[in-house]
Unconditional design. Structure first.
Length: 283
């Protein structure tokens, strides 16, 4: 190393410490120090578990960045921007299923060697993910009761915690992608069934149809990920072991996958409405 160069914490040398460098721009030394390794890991598979869940959190953060932009675009009637951003959100969620499948490569002995340290934290019930759900449009009373419920209220059964946070409370009372989309359709004076009918009838309202399909594709990817999440939990824990957040484990995840309301029920209902309209009159 010459006098005209400086060594960065990552070990690379640069001539100008103010220049943009890959390692410093991405904070790689700090980022790569956040996983348990060597003696810090209870089992080598713990490194995989942490890396995977940290990756989820980073992508949840991206959704937390883009979904408010979708809402703003819808409020401004910029349906093109909203549709494009929803396509990116769907691409992000589409990565979640293969990420869950990577977790299935953990050995059971390896996973069980550190799982008990997660109690009462949850390996999959991220506060950021709940923010994503609420931003998207989740408002079921049952969902809120779950978020507000106490985890292990009896100290004999483990530490106390609760999923409900001030951030979730603020988002619950704020606009969502669902409400912003409904308002966009209302301002246009067309419900989704009208838009679908106009697009195949007179060739109008295609921007509304593209928006609706982008929203539904996102909704569908979330549902598929929830299903895979339940299957991964079942494969690693079996069907009867309680979840780490004192939930019913696989049964809870199964319920979340199959009984949750969609983010955009008004778009799913449009299929039945349009079908009924197109049936020949009986007489």
């Amino acid at each position: 190393m010459t006098a005209s160069t400086t060594m960065l914490p990552c070990g690379h040398t640069v001539r100008d410490t103010a220049q943009t460098h890959y390692c410093t721009y991405l904070h790689l030394p700090q980022l790569l120090s956040l996983q348990p390794d060597g003696e810090a890991a209870r089992h080598p598979d713990e490194h995989l578990f942490v890396v995977t869940h940290q990756s989820f959190e980073l992508w949840f953060a991206q959704l937390r960045t883009d979904l408010p932009r979708v809402i703003a675009a819808l409020d401004a009637d910029d349906l093109g921007m909203a549709t494009w951003l929803m396509g990116r959100c769907t691409a992000v969620v589409r990565m979640f299923t293969p990420m869950m499948r990577v977790l299935e490569t953990m050995t059971l002995g390896g996973f069980y060697s550190f799982r008990h340290h997660l109690v009462p934290a949850s390996g999959g019930e991220s506060g950021q993910w709940h923010e994503v759900e609420i931003l998207s449009g989740a408002r079921e009373p049952e969902f809120r009761r779950y978020l507000e419920s106490e985890i292990n209220p009896d100290p004999r059964h483990g530490p106390h915690s609760r999923l409900w946070t001030p951030a979730l409370a603020a988002l619950w009372d704020a606009p969502s992608v669902r409400t912003a989309a409904e308002a966009a359709f209302a301002r246009r004076g067309a419900d989704p069934a009208d838009a679908y009918a106009a697009s195949h009838g007179t060739g109008e309202q295609w921007d509304l149809v593209h928006l609706a399909e982008a929203l539904l594709e996102y909704d569908e990817e979330v549902r598929m990920w929830r299903f895979v999440h339940a299957r991964t939990a079942e494969r690693t824990l079996g069907p009867d072991v309680h979840g780490t957040a004192n939930s019913s484990g696989v049964r809870f995840l199964e319920h979340m996958a199959t009984h949750r309301e969609s983010f955009f029920p008004f778009l799913w209902r449009a299929r039945g409405t349009l079908w009924d309209r197109m049936q020949p009159a009986q007489g």
